[in-house]
Design a binder for this molecule. Structure first.
Ligand SMILES: Nc1ncnc2c1ncn2[C@@H]1O[C@H](COP(=O)(O)OP(=O)(O)OP(=O)(O)O)[C@@H](O)[C@H]1O
Length: 233
């Protein structure tokens, strides 16, 4: 099993760093919830890891190999797959065509679809005709078909009814069980912590808690302090 090692990372936007001094290890086969207040820097951190944004300090390694200077495409080839906010499907393409953008073989499309019986029925429909939840399934299936070692998911619940989001959450666990290290940014903190083994709280651009998700599930005041940036890292 590989690990994605984030060490003393900073990400700058405009005037200065919005994330700094962030260190943690993302293990394969586990879900890590990344939570924190609005504007804390969660999206910026994901962007820095995947190469959407360049980091301004620190290192990112997969096991011993530094990857922070690689392009986004090169990092994707190393197995870092990033699902950005906003359900980026290609609406005029069918479900199958969307999946074939990342899958190398029809068998890989089938393997990705096996997790989503709803999509199998709509495989030749233009993605624009699917519901928001189904489109998010396409995004997840396409990410899975890209054979990630590490999957970064940013606010999968945005714009979805809670009942639809609840349908998607177990799939995230199943993907991790396949040996993928999942970093899950989610506004529904309690749902993310309910799913994850590990948790990371970011407040004001710095890590204010890292440890077992169960610790935060069981201690609401610790979670509250971490959101305020006051808990020990
Ligand atoms: N492209 C950008 N240019 C300048 N500032 C930015 C940019 N993107 C984000 N920021 C700023 O960086 C800070 C961190 O934003 P970021 O989106 O990373 O936080 P977040 O924790 O993901 O927030 P949210 O939960 O609201 O999505 C915020 O102050 C935001 O205004």
């Amino acid at each position: 099993m590989s690990a994605l090692i984030i060490d003393d990372v900073a990400v700058s936007r405009g005037a200065g760093p919005v994330i700094q001094g962030v260190s943690f290890t993302l293990e394969q086969g586990r879900v890590t919830a990344l939570v924190g207040p609005n504007g804390a820097g969660k999206t910026s951190l994901l962007d820095g890891i995947s190469g959407v944004a360049q980091i301004s300090a620190g290192t990112i390694r997969i096991d011993g190999t530094p990857i922070e200077k690689l392009s986004r495409v090169a990092r994707a080839k190393q197995g870092i797959v990033h699902i950005e906010q906003g359900r980026a499907v290609f609406p005029s393409l069918t479900v199958r065509e969307n999946l074939s953008l990342t899958a190398r073989t029809p068998a890989e499309i089938d393997a990705a679809l096996a997790r989503f019986p709803e999509l199998e029925k709509r495989i030749d429909a233009p993605t624009a005709l699917l519901s928001g939840g189904e489109q998010q399934m396409v995004v997840l299936a396409r990410a899975f078909a890209a054979r990630p070692r590490f999957l970064l998911i940013d606010e999968m619940s945005l714009g979805l009814a809670p009942v639809v989001f609840m349908r998607l959450l177990p799939i995230v666990s199943e993907i991790a069980e396949q040996g993928v290290g999942v970093l899950l940014v989610e506004q529904f903190t309690h749902l993310a912590l309910g799913l994850a083994e590990e948790a990371l709280v970011v407040a004001s651009g710095q890590v204010s808690f890292q440890g077992p998700a169960a610790t935060l599930r069981e201690d609401a005041s610790l979670l509250h302090r971490a959101y305020l940036g006051g808990a020990a890292a």
